[in-house]
Design a protein around this ligand. Structure first.
Ligand SMILES: C[S@@+](CC[C@H](N)C(=O)[O-])C[C@H]1O[C@@H](n2cnc3c(N)ncnc32)[C@H](O)[C@@H]1O
Length: 231
């Protein structure tokens, strides 16, 4: 699941994009009842659309009805395109055909957590992404899914132009850590703007992905222990 803090960082990222004329649609694999999808949909402008995919089979058949009720309740029905589908059977062309004329500027991957699904969903996201867009991955560094970041690193090795520019720290075990990924020329851009947007949430040591520069870590509680008594 997604935290309130991660939703605020996602929305801020989309506002930063709009302010720099980076336009495109929002897409999500694993829409569930719409918690992250609806929050981020509110940052869309003009003719941009929110495209959501889910199998709607977990935990039971009522989840699609719940999503539709939530979409109506929060006033985003006219922008939303919801498709019941298995992401393994999709292509980037299928996704882009739903709202032609724009690519995806924010792609949230939150579907099945097997290596095959994550690799498939990452590939779809990278292929459908606007060149200045962002891929956001849920449940990274989750105690229940310790191999997911390994899959991401394998994928990134095959796509050297993509970089993790920000880790959004978890709120609790059900509202987990996310990675945000962009193309290398946008790495500094997103970090600089997010630092300005979240000055009280920067964990000072950053994230070491072995790039020449560390990625940003944003945390709801970015404290560092004090070692002053050891100096
Ligand atoms: C943890 S939930 C997503 C939570 C949601 N993104 C949020 O932040 O509230 C994971 C979702 O992925 C969906 N899912 C699992 N496998 C899928 C697949 N192969 N294709 C599409 N959706 C899938 C599940 O049905 C489930 O609704």
């Amino acid at each position: 699941m997604s935290s309130r803090f991660a939703a605020s960082v996602g929305v801020a990222t989309m506002l930063i994009q709009s302010n720099q004329s980076i336009s495109g649609h929002l897409a999500e694999i694993g829409t569930f009842a719409g918690r992250y999808f609806i929050a981020l949909s509110h940052a869309l402008i003009e003719d941009e659309r929110a495209i959501g995919y889910d199998t709607f089979s977990w935990p039971g058949p009522k989840v699609k009805t719940k999503l539709e009720e939530n979409i109506a309740k929060y006033g985003i029905a006219s922008r939303s395109i919801i498709v019941a589908a298995d992401s393994m059977k999709l292509s980037a062309k299928d996704i882009l055909a739903l709202a032609p004329g724009k690519r995806i500027r924010f792609f949230h991957v939150d579907g099945e957590h097997t290596p095959e699904h994550l690799t498939n969903d990452l590939t779809l996201a990278a292929e459908a992404l606007d060149e200045r867009g962002v891929i956001c991955l849920d449940d990274m560094l989750h105690a229940g899914y310790p191999t997911l970041p390994i899959i991401v690193h394998e994928f990134l090795k095959s796509q050297p132009s993509l970089r993790v520019f920000c880790i959004i720290d978890r709120e609790d075990i059900s509202a987990q850590t996310k990675y945000m990924i962009c193309r290398e020329p946008m790495f500094d851009f997103y970090i600089e703007h997010l630092i300005k947007a979240f000055p009280n949430n920067i964990w000072p040591l950053g994230a070491d992905f072995r790039y020449e520069k560390k990625a940003l870590v944003l945390s709801p509680d970015p404290k560092l222990p004090s070692f002053d008594d050891l100096l």
